[in-house]
Design a protein around this ligand. Sequence first.
Ligand SMILES: N[C@@H](CCC(=O)N[C@@H](CS)C(=O)NCC(=O)O)C(=O)O
Length: 414
Amino acid sequence: MFESSSSLPQDSPLAPLQPPLSWEALEALAPEEPDRTEGPTSSQARLRLFGKPLASVRVVLYRDHYAWCPYCQKVWLWLEERQVPYRIEKVSMFCYGAKETWFTRLVPSGLLPALALDGQLITESDVILQALEDSFGPLGRSLLDPAVLPLRQLERDLFRAWCLWLCSPGHEAEGKRRFELQIARVCAALEQSPTDFFLGDFSSADLVFVPYLERMVSSLLYYKDYELCRLWPAIDRWFAALEQRSTYRGTQSDHHTHAHDLPPQMGGCHGIGPASSRQWAPRIDQGPFIDLGDSRQPAPADAPQEALARVLKHRHTLLDVYSSLPELALRAALTRLITAEPCAPPPGSDLGLRSLRDRICVPRDMGLHAARALRQALEDTAALVGDRQGPELPQRHRRDQNPLPFLAPPGAQP
Ligand SMILES: N[C@@H](CCC(=O)N[C@@H](CS)C(=O)NCC(=O)O)C(=O)O
């Protein structure tokens, strides 16, 4: 894309690298932030109308800033699938920073999600889903359908077996055995279906499995080197069918985000050895970031542009928060992202570049493929000047992800 000023071949170690683009040039290459009120599912939306008038909004969803809470994902995906207009209020989770007092006045436990329906506040995701179904009709099948009820119970049995294996030290063999008993039951249920979903078309039976199956696949790969989707093809087919849906893709997270957001929520995750000795953890953390198996969809051609626009929107805050990241280094990584050509950052910026690489959160910050492209550009740029890793991600909290500095002024899209 950029002509070299030298006649040296590009692969020569002496070939001069392109200079970083200016902020103005980068801004000219970034797309406008799309309207989030209509269009595909997005964690950045604050209002969703699905072509209906503002006056038709009866629902307010209180959810986490990180677009990560599994119980919020269930309700979020239900609203998106059923195209029920709603407003979104974002709330902090304890492990990321202080909970907003306006929310604890509303919900003293501070637990998410909460939902207001016609002004009536409801907590507990299953109670919320039932209330939504009662008001707006079921998602394919009723949550109380005799075919759905045993699947909901199966999801809880699977959840408990996963928690035991992932979170209890000293239960490695037994934990795996019990998990496999349950996942075999899930696959048997899927294999009885005429489609890749549980009961024909996508329905509430599938919805209830989404949040934790996604987290199981990523966490077991990262902490146990357990390739769930390869070992259990019915689960892989189910994800492939799910990923056809833009609603799901908008809520979908990735292996890296789950691997590092789960420990503080679960009270720790136990790996089968140190991360460096495992097969998958180093790749999920340090790349190469392609072919990690967390998406079966081809990368959209504009994934780098999406990542660029998201970084530019928050660049001043990012440079404040990441004090080890010089602005020239960030421009070098963005230049690499958008031109696919190497661009040298200043000496010593490897640490700051990798700190940012490790803190991209999907889908909070951007979509899975945009995040993948950005992580790769940050890593490739850092590798030009050093091999230092950033500070380790904390296990007991994620206050390194405090949302406060990134909050948009009232009324703006974050
Ligand atoms: N049984 C509840 C569980 C909700 C829950 O545990 N939410 C977690 C987030 S995943 C929470 O809000 N924890 C408090 C916090 O992290 O701030 C439901 O289904 O809604």
